[in-house]
Design a protein around this ligand. Sequence first.
Ligand code: PEP
Ligand code: MN
Length: 260
Amino acid sequence: MTEKIKIDDELFIGGREFNIIAGPCAVEDEQQMDAIGKFLNRLGVKIIRGGAFKPRTSPKSFQGLGMEGLRILKDIGEKYDLKVISEVMDPRDVEKAYDYVDIYQIGSRNMQNFTLLKEMGKTDKPILLKRGMSSTIDEWIQASEYISMEGNDQIIFCERGIRTFEDYTRNTLDLISVPIIQSRTKYPIIVDPSHGTGRKDLILPASKAALAIGANGLMIEIHPKPEEALSDGLQSLNFSEFEDLYEEISRMEKALKMNG
Ligand code: PEP
Ligand code: MN
């Protein structure tokens, strides 16, 4: 079994826990985040995600609200009793973001940004390390060693799909990495079916498969109005779609626990 990463006194990722993290691709404004925070709190979700520093392929796309986004995220987390996770891209922002996040995220494009890995490794907060989109499992594990060698042992891996010749989906979700990471390291691993598939209709089946293969949780993008989202609207679930998924996955999780 993987180690448990402590998020707070009552909340852990890893071990026998299965956590579902949800939130928008990007923090857009206070109103959007308030609606999402309220909804997640009602469902019983414990961790909200939201990008403030967005790694966009085009410099002309929405780049995120930066520190203002982190302020909104923290306020909403406090208001609705949610822990927050957000990506930091620049080593110079690690310290600035420290007071605003409960879990740092290292995005796919930065999995081998060794300066960033080392800088975060000096902090005492849990780190979600997403898989580089063109990285092998060994490279991913070695990236985690840049963090642990600085003294931070609170690592959570996140499988988010890799680039292959298959272009039906945005990425190819490599779920077999889940048991491999769990046997090769002591750390938990969660799955991001949103970036892993890029398509709303595939998020539920991919989530079920992730749970069945033994993942320690999921991270899913949601938006009150996906059609108006400033980023990743095509892969974002609306509230009722997410609620259905949450209930179905929770039922499946209970059934698996009863049998195991
Ligand atoms: C994200 O989770 O916000 C994100 C940008 O994903 P990735 O780094 O996996 O592309
Ligand atoms: Mn996204």
